[in-house]
Design a protein around this ligand. Structure first.
Ligand code: FES
Ligand code: FES
Length: 151
């Protein structure tokens, strides 16, 4: 099988995989990076949301061959050592998670949001499509507002 080399959370990694292997399986099964979660596998639930060159992607519908030579960031790569990213800190401050399953994807989407919209409105936040079965949407909204004010 071919090798694909890319940057993952600041380090170079190489995976031996079919070109059309979903990045999510390369991350979870070959590289042991389990922050991105499997929910639907078809790009709808967004539990797997991560970043490619700083923009959000859904690794379940991204071929591993498409990220060769590029930079992938997962929830594991957000903090700077012991210092949480402002979005992660807001999640802690607002006690956002319930079961937690969707939360890595929620946070990665929230991190990408201020890059598109400096001061997200309720409508901007409500347009986020990440699904939370536990209904943490209200706390997510408040955490995004707190983080945006600090970023
Ligand atoms: S598992 Fe990737 S969007 Fe649902
Ligand atoms: S916190 Fe349980 S699915 Fe979102």
């Amino acid at each position: 099988m071919p090798n694909y080399t890319f940057t993952l959370n600041g380090s170079s990694v190489t995976v031996d995989a079919p070109a059309d292997l979903p990045l999510l399986w390369a991350l979870r099964d070959k590289l042991g990076v389990t922050g991105p979660k499997y929910g639907c596998g078809v790009g709808v639930c967004r539990a797997c949301t991560s970043h490619l060159d700083g923009a959000e992607i859904q690794p379940c519908v991204t071929d591993v061959s498409a990220v060769a030579g590029r930079a992938v960031t997962t929830i594991e790569g957000l903090a700077d050592g012991d210092t949480l990213h402002p979005v992660q800190q807001a999640w802690v401050d607002m006690d956002v998670p319930q079961c937690g399953y969707c939360q890595p994807g929620q946070i990665m989407t929230a991190v990408a949001l201020p890059a598109r919209t400096a001061n997200p409105t309720d409508a901007d936040i409500d347009a986020i499509e990440n699904v939370c079965r536990c209904g943490t949407y209200f706390r997510i909204r408040e955490a995004i507002k707190q983080a945006a004010a600090q970023m």
